[in-house]
Design a protein around this ligand. Structure first.
Ligand code: ATP
Ligand code: FE
Length: 337
C-alpha cells in the first residue's frame, strides 16, 4: 500500500510517500521568508505553500520512485493550524484524490505528532499502550494519555504560550535570531543553570503557562542592562542555561505529576523542542532514577513533517476510516474530536 501524505499546517510544506509503516520519502520545504519578521506571517505562509506544494509532492513521488497511479490513498492535515496554510494542503489533497479516484484521509496534526512514534525506524522501538505523550513544539504544549491509536485524552496543555515560543521569545529578548530555541540550547550547554533564578508559574493540575516567564526575563534583562550595558553578551551562556533550566523544571514537574496520577511510566516525547539536549538529559535521568521508559523519534519526525501524517494515514487506511469530498480545513481541531 502506498499512501501520499501532505502537511501544510504552519510554515513547512511537506509531502511524504509511505509504504505501510515505512517512509519511502519525506520532503520538507521550510519557508525562509519568515526569518526576517521574527515569526511566522500567516499571509506569506499561505502564499509560499501555494508555490511549494506541487514541486514538493513531485519530489516526494520521485524520491520514493512511485508513480501517482500506484497510490492507494491521500492523507492530509485537516488541522489544527493556520487557516490559510491548511486550505492549500486540504484543497490540493481533495483535488488529487478526486482526480485519481482514491480514498481521502483527514489527519489531526496533534495526533500525528504523537503517532509519529509508530513510524518504522530501524533500532527504534514504538511505545506500548497505554503511554503518556508530551508534545512540545512552537505552537503546542500538551500532555496526552494515549490508550490506543485513536483513543487519546488531553490531560493538560498550555494556557498561553507554547514551550517553543517560550524558548524563541526569551531568545529574542537576548537579541538572538529567530527561531532562537536551538541557540538557547547551544549556549546553555556551556552555562551555569543555577546562575540566575526565574519564578515558575503556579498553575493547577497538568496545565502549563509560559507567558509569565517571558515577562520576568524581560524585566530581569532590563534591570541588569541598566547597570551593565554588556550584561547579555557577557553572560549569554549563564542566562540561556538558567532560562532553559526553568523551562525544563516546569515540564518535568508536570510530567512527574502526570505519571503519579495515571501510574503510566512510558513517556513519548514529540515536537520540535524534543531536540533540546537538556530535555533529553532529564529524560535519561528519569529513566535511571524513576524507572521511566522514554521514547524520542528521529528529529525529522519531531518537527512538522508529512511522514507523521502518513503513518496516521496508514493506520486510518487499515481501519477504512476515510473522509469524503465535503471535508473542510479546521484551524482549531482538538485531539479526539
Ligand atoms: P507546531 O508543530 O505546534 O505547529 P512548529 O511547527 O512551530 O509548531 P516545530 O517545528 O515542531 O513547531 O518546532 C519548532 C520549535 O522548536 C521552535 O520554537 C524552536 O525554537 C524549537 N526548538 C528546536 N530545536 C530546539 C532546541 N534544541 N531547544 C529548544 N527549542 C528548540
Ligand atoms: Fe507541529
Amino acid at each position: 500500500r502506498y499512501i501520499l501524505a501532505i502537511e501544510s499546517s504552519c510554515d513547512d510544506t511537506s509531502a511524504a510517500v509511505m509504504c505501510n509503516t515505512k517512509v519511502l520519502s519525506n520532503v520538507v520545504a521550510t519557508q525562509e521568508i519568515h526569518k526576517q519578521y521574527g515569526g511566522v506571517v500567516p499571509e506569506l505562509a499561505s502564499r509560499a505553500h501555494q508555490q511549494n506544494i506541487v514541486p514538493v509532492v513531485h519530489q516526494a513521488l520521485a524520491k520514493a520512485n512511485i508513480d501517482k497511479k500506484q497510490l492507494s490513498a491521500i492523507a492530509f492535515t485537516r488541522g489544527p493550524g493556520l487557516m490559510g496554510s491548511l486550505l492549500v494542503g486540504t484543497s490540493f489533497a481533495k483535488s488529487l484524490a478526486l482526480g485519481l479516484n482514491i480514498p481521502l484521509i483527514e489527519v489531526n496534526h496533534m495526533e500525528a505528532h504523537i503517532l509519529a512514534h509508530f513510524i518504522e525506524d530501524e533500532g527504534k522501538e514504538a511505545p506500548d499502550f497505554p503511554f503518556l505523550a508530551l508534545t512540545i513544539s512552537g505552537g503546542h504544549t500538551q500532555i496526552v494519555k494515549v490508550d490506543h491509536y485513536f483513543n487519546m485524552q488531553v490531560l493538560g496543555e498550555t494556557l498561553d504560550d507554547a514551550v517553543g515560543e517560550a524558548f524563541d521569545k526569551s531568545a529574542k529578548l537576548m537579541g538572538l535570531p529567530y527561531p532562537g530555541g536551538p541557540l538557547v540550547d547551544k549556549y546553555a550547554q556551556q552555562g551555569n543553570a543555577k546562575a540566575f533564578k526565574f519564578p515558575k508559574p503556579k498553575v493547577d493540575g497538568l496545565n502549563f503557562s509560559f507567558s509569565g516567564l517571558k515577562t520576568s526575563i524581560l524585566y530581569f534583562l532590563k534591570r541588569e542592562t541598566e547597570k551593565n550595558p554588556d550584561f547579555v553578551s557577557q553572560n549569554i551562556n549563564d542566562i540561556c542555561a538558567s532560562v532553559q533550566h526553568t523551562i525544563l523544571e516546569i515540564l518535568m514537574e508536570k510530567l512527574k505529576m502526570a505519571v503519579e496520577q495515571t501510574g503510566i511510566k512510558q513517556i513519548a516525547i514529540g515536537g520540535g523542542v524534543a531536540a533540546n539536549s537538556g530535555i533529553r538529559g532529564k529524560l535519561k535521568q528519569a529513566e535511571a532514577d524513576l524507572g521511566w521508559k522514554t521514547y524520542i523519534p528521529k528529529f525529522e519526525y519531531c518537527t512538522d513533517n508529512a511522514a507523521m501524517i502518513g503513518i496516521v494515514g496508514y493506520l486510518k487506511y487499515q481501519a477504512e476510516n476515510f473522509t469524503d469530498q465535503s471535508v473542510a480545513a479546521k484551524a482549531r481541531y482538538a485531539i479526539g474530536s
